[in-house]
Ligand binder design. Structure first.
Ligand code: 4AD
Ligand code: MG
Length: 436
């Protein structure tokens, strides 16, 4: 057998019953191993699934049998044999092997059962092969594909924003600074301001890129590096902006609930929860949200921004995501347009996911007139010279526009029913971890 040029069957095809009684070759990694007497059982894993393989001394020969017996968890190998139905095997199929060969026997695998979360994070580069993380990464892929499709169907263009920038989008306190050939620059907190540039060229655009937040928070929903999907639309007001978010969330949830039901169930997430998501999502003004929190015994005062605790209280028993809109101007970002019908508040909306997961989207209508933007920047003491290019957008054919930012891992945490955001991304970057 040659692991590159040979003809190999994906395990999923065998589990689907496509090769009953016919000889196949498979290749992959040892997921589980045990042996007794003249029989070795290996559960082999490839990208598509796991299959139990029985290697009998008399069928496969002494040499192959001895090799199979010496396999470690995660040894890479190839087998040939015949798939047979077997109720007792995982997935209902077993390969009666006639050949076994190592690709690489390797060393005893350092991960066994019941290891601490910290240890598993130390060996994340090996733990990503686990069934749980593999399934979550497949689901993440499906979620991103669905989002891309949503925007493609609506005529949006995806453009690439820079990651290294001079301009803080979300306030100075969470910037990662770097030495850019001798002068300070920052890792992007948000691609929004660049999405606003793209909007002036292509009207309906989105960026999908990593955002960085030097947030010293040790929570189940903060990453220092996360993936951020940020659409920006010319000639959109806040109402249209919120409708687009709602449509996006409903379509993505339904797509996954319908087309990834088996994977969702395998990570113990009920697809029905996603299929039940439907608009219109409840909408609550910031003022009403504070009243509701206070009625539910949260210690929050009017004038303070909602935090994780308040969001959890507001969404714990909710079946649908909730919009919180019209936040106070004083604690929201400088680019949000003041609501002409409710001065002191901005045309903002945060979308909170149900079941206590909290904020997954932050969005707003943008200030599109130069004077208003300059005045707000002055109020917030922003260094005008670093933002001159952004101000320029309001000097040459400015148009009303709106947009939002969706945290991909926050969305995945909710959709996949995760307790912690770290398993929504292969290598979570948190306050106490940048290795591996
Ligand atoms: O609410 P935020 O800070 O809004 C912005 O950055 C806007 N510029 C977006 C825009 O209008 N284009 O962040 C948007 C979303 C949050 O709702 C959350 O889902 C996610 O980004 N997010 C984080 N995800 C993981 N870890 C963190 N530390 C996050 N901070 C924000
Ligand atoms: Mg926010």
């Amino acid at each position: 057998m040659d692991c590159i040029s040979g003809s190999f069957t994906p395990i999923a095809d065998i589990l689907a019953g496509q090769h009953e009684g016919k000889p196949v070759q498979i290749r992959g990694w040892v997921h589980r191993a045990r042996s007794s007497g003249s029989l070795a059982f290996l559960v082999l894993r490839d990208a598509s699934g796991i299959l139990q393989c029985a290697i009998k001394k008399d069928a496969a020969g002494e040499k192959a049998f001895e090799a199979a017996k010496s396999a470690y968890i995660e040894s890479s190998c190839m087998l040939a044999g015949i798939p047979k139905k077997d109720e007792r095997a995982p997935g209902g199929w077993e390969l009666a092997a006639s050949q076994f060969e190592f690709i690489h026997q390797g060393q005893p695998f350092p991960i066994s059962k019941d290891q601490s979360t910290e240890f598993l994070l130390d060996v994340r580069h090996l733990w990503l092969r686990s069934q749980k993380l593999s399934k979550l990464m497949k689901l993440r892929h499906a979620a991103l594909r669905s989002l891309h499709q949503f925007f493609d169907e609506r005529g949006f263009f995806e453009l690439a924003p820079p990651i290294i920038t001079k301009s803080a989008c979300e306030g100075g306190s969470t910037l990662f600074e770097l030495n850019y050939f001798g002068s300070p620059a920052y890792l992007s907190q948000s691609g929004q301001m660049y999405a606003e540039v793209f909007m002036t060229a292509l009207e309906k655009v989105y960026v999908l890129a990593p955002s960085f937040r030097a947030e010293p928070s040790r929570t189940v929903r903060h990453l220092a590096e996360y993936w951020h999907l940020e659409p920006e639309m010319a000639f959109y007001n806040q109402k249209m902006n919120m409708q687009l978010q709602e449509d996006m969330i409903v379509q993505t949830c339904h797509d996954l609930g319908k087309n990834q039901a088996e994977l969702l169930e395998s990570v113990e997430r009920d697809p029905k929860k996603l299929l039940a998501v439907k608009g219109p999502f409840p909408r609550l003004s910031y003022e009403k949200a504070i009243e509701k929190c206070q009625a539910l015994d949260c210690k929050i005062e009017f004038g303070q921004d909602l935090g994780a605790d308040e969001e959890a209280v507001l969404t714990k028993d909710a079946a649908q995501p909730i919009f919180i809109h019209n936040h106070l101007k004083e604690f929201k970002a400088f680019y949000m347009r003041e609501d002409p019908n409710q001065l002191g508040t901005v045309l903002s909306a945060d979308l909170l996911a149900p079941e206590g997961h909290g904020e997954i989207i932050g969005g707003s209508e943008r200030i599109w007139q130069a004077d208003e933007l300059k005045a707000r920047m002055a109020e917030q003491n922003l260094p005008m010279k670093d933002y001159q290019w952004y101000l320029d957008l309001r000097e040459y054919g400015s148009v009303p526009h709106a947009g939002f930012g969706l945290g991909i891992e926050r969305l995945c945490k909710w959709m996949f029913g995760l307790d912690h955001i770290r398993d929504a991304i292969p290598f979570p970057r948190t306050i106490n971890r940048v290795y591996p």
